[in-house]
Design a protein around this ligand. Structure first.
Ligand SMILES: Nc1ncnc2c1ncn2[C@@H]1O[C@H](COP(=O)(O)OP(=O)(O)OP(=O)(O)O)[C@@H](O)[C@H]1O
Ligand SMILES: [Mg+2]
Length: 228
């Protein structure tokens, strides 16, 4: 740990709580968490335990009721423009319904760059490079329904990288895939994490996937019950 940038946590949550009126649910009950730049963290826990809620907080898609959350030096509870924060800091990969079905693989990868001030030519070149990186250079013009499940998730990985995020948030990215396709996607994310020092936070039910991570956090009933 000689890199001084690694000393400051990239993500710091203190006593986060979130309650949903509907269903009277306490989704998060006092979550404390510090994640350093470049870590690969797996999050596990039963259905409804608060995993996605926590990712949504880190993505500034939702706000906590109380507590603090700071990411990349920004206080997310005071953030004015969540969209701009997301556009610059995070890449998100979801379990399902990842891609815009009416856009080609190539166009899907271009989408996050529209928010940023990137020249058209540069963003097209970048989308091409990213699709190549995920092994899909031959499928750039395919629409999502013309891709396999594993290929679609790889497009989603390419799209999540398009804005050069510091953090990738992946909510069960292999949930809809068979073992071999799932492994490919995880290996790809792992590679990006290692080679580009991108912080990777991955929700998974899969024990083996969690085994690849540097650190596994277990959540139950909105609380972290284990972190190692
Ligand atoms: N928008 C919402 N309105 C009301 N309740 C919600 C909302 N979002 C989540 N919840 C509730 O908060 C709790 C935590 O949900 P969350 O989606 O974080 O669980 P999870 O751990 O991601 O589960 P899964 O593994 O099934 O995806 C659940 O009880 C859920 O029903
Ligand atoms: Mg979830």
């Amino acid at each position: 740990m000689s890199d001084p940038r690694k000393a400051e946590p990239l993500i710091q949550a203190r006593n986060l709580t979130k309650h949903y009126e509907k269903g009277q649910t306490h989704a998060l009950r006092g979550v404390n968490l510090a994640i350093k730049a470049g870590e690969f963290v797996a999050i596990r826990g039963p259905s409804g335990s608060g995993k996605s809620t926590l990712l949504n907080m880190i993505a500034a898609l939702d706000r906590p009721d109380s507590g603090e959350i700071r990411v990349a030096g920004q206080d997310l509870t005071k953030l004015r423009d969540g969209a701009s924060y997301r556009a610059h800091v995070v890449g998100f990969i979801f379990q399902l319904h990842n891609l815009i079905p009416t856009l080609t693989a190539f166009e899907n990868v271009l989408v996050p760059m529209l928010e940023l001030k990137i020249k058209r030519k540069a963003s097209r070149e970048k989308a091409e490079t990213l699709l190549h990186q995920v092994g899909l250079n031959g499928k750039a013009d395919n629409l999502p329904p013309e891709l396999s499940g594993g290929e679609r998730q790889r497009v989603a990985v390419a799209r999540a990288l398009a804005n050069d995020p510091q953090i990738i948030l992946a909510d069960e990215p292999t949930g809809s895939l068979d073992t071999s396709n799932g492994e490919q996607v995880i290996e790809l994310l792992r590679k990006i994490n290692r080679e580009h020092n991108v912080t990777l936070i991955l929700v998974t039910h899969d024990k083996e996937v969690a085994g690849i991570a540097d650190r596994v956090i277990q959540i139950r009933d909105g609380q972290i019950v284990s972190d190692k």
